[in-house]
Write a protein that binds this ligand. Sequence first.
Ligand SMILES: C[S@@+](CC[C@H](N)C(=O)[O-])C[C@H]1O[C@@H](n2cnc3c(N)ncnc32)[C@H](O)[C@@H]1O
Length: 483
Amino acid sequence: MSAEEQELPKFEEPQSSNSTTSAETKDTTASETQDQTTESDKPKDKAPENPNKIRKRAVPAAQPSGFSSRRRGGDTRSASPSVSRGSPAPPPWAKKTAKDPNERPAWMKVEDYNMVHNANSEPITAPPTESNTDGPPQKLRRPGGRGGVDDQRYRARQERERYEEQHNREREEQNRRNENLDQIVRQHYNQRAYVAKRSRRNLSPIIKLRNFNNVIKYILIGNYAQPGWRTLDLGCGKGGDINKWDQAKISEYIGIDISNASIVEAIKRYKNNEAGFQSTFITGDCFGQPLPYILNDHPHVQLDVDIVSMQFCMHYAFETEMKARTLLENVSRSLRPGGIFIGTIPSSDFIKERISKMQPGEKSFGNSIYSVTFDNEPPRNGEFRPAFGQRYTYFLKDAIDNVPEYVVPFESLRSLADEFGLELTYKKPFLDLYKEEIPTWFKKLNPRLVEGMRRSDGSYGVEGDEKEAAAFYLAFAFQKVLM
Ligand SMILES: C[S@@+](CC[C@H](N)C(=O)[O-])C[C@H]1O[C@@H](n2cnc3c(N)ncnc32)[C@H](O)[C@@H]1O
């Protein structure tokens, strides 16, 4: 269904703020979305912070860094971490066997090896090619002779060296691209962590969209999180969801983000909002580092969490299969059996639909609020192959300044998640989710947040270009099953 076709229900006026629950009064103004806010929505005239409440950890700059709050009340949960916190363990697929470059390859006869090595001291490291493994045994000719076995070996070695060189170059290029992306993303969010103050945010041309996205996250978190649960928030940004988790009455929150500046803002927000859960905030790369490594300096963090959340963030991981796997491995290893993984990502179905309306040669779609520009002309059928590295640049007015992102082909996510024992239980485009859930949620939401979605026709929701920008996303939930 297109964004414009959708009719939103009208709702009665929200209640006045003094009739809200205590959790609601702590709520945000409707301006955090995709990590776009930096300030607490709590009143500023509250009592000064108890200096003992937060324990700040000194951390070395080059390592994943972070802060932890002290536990409030004892933790009655039994600690049965599913992830060890000893020395950093690389993921299994990263394991490499160190090989002596001079070691005789298994495919080579001893006498051949001796001959090549006596005649030429360079080691052969590349795998055998067909030309020197197949065929009948050949008679050796004296070194320097033309067209003999020596020549064949020489050519095979050259071929292998060329092959190795090319692979090394490709690997280096890929590493460079990875570093670049991480840098661009980190830099973007570091910079944004310090802009967007309240006065500016209220004038934002996408204020309804921000509020709408926050409502979606309130609903998603509220529908899945249960009181007393422990949460891991990957790509937590500036802590834009802290109030949502507080409203869900969780007992503990662990927030990780690659942007240190965002983590600093998240800690401020946590302190200002006096959330009712204990917290740990850590700077770390959730797609490039195994969680045991990220948590190395935080031995108190138990990783059998009940729920993992990843809001507006996973599209960065689909740059490579390795990153997507590292992410899902991190999610799966952190969750207890039966635990839930929720998130929001760009919808590959929506992208497919928009591509089908594009003219041949066009690389871009969008409107006055947002745009998606592919590096290459996208496939006409909207089926992205391979599933990783399908890059586009995303622009969202007043929020995201042409940052590279990657298509998350949903079926690829689903089957990859399956490999990690994560079973899909929910998938819903934002506009459908809103339509289905808002009647139940309308009265539970902060009235200011709801008021911030008031449309020109008096009903509530997004409209016009903001509505299409909202339609770009979907929400999902997976459940960890026993493997
Ligand atoms: C659009 S923001 C969303 C923030 C927050 N989840 C929200 O909904 O408000 C995306 C966040 O993902 C973070 N991020 C990107 N790549 C990451 C990575 N490899 N590891 C951890 N965080 C990452 C960015 O720094 C940024 O804070």
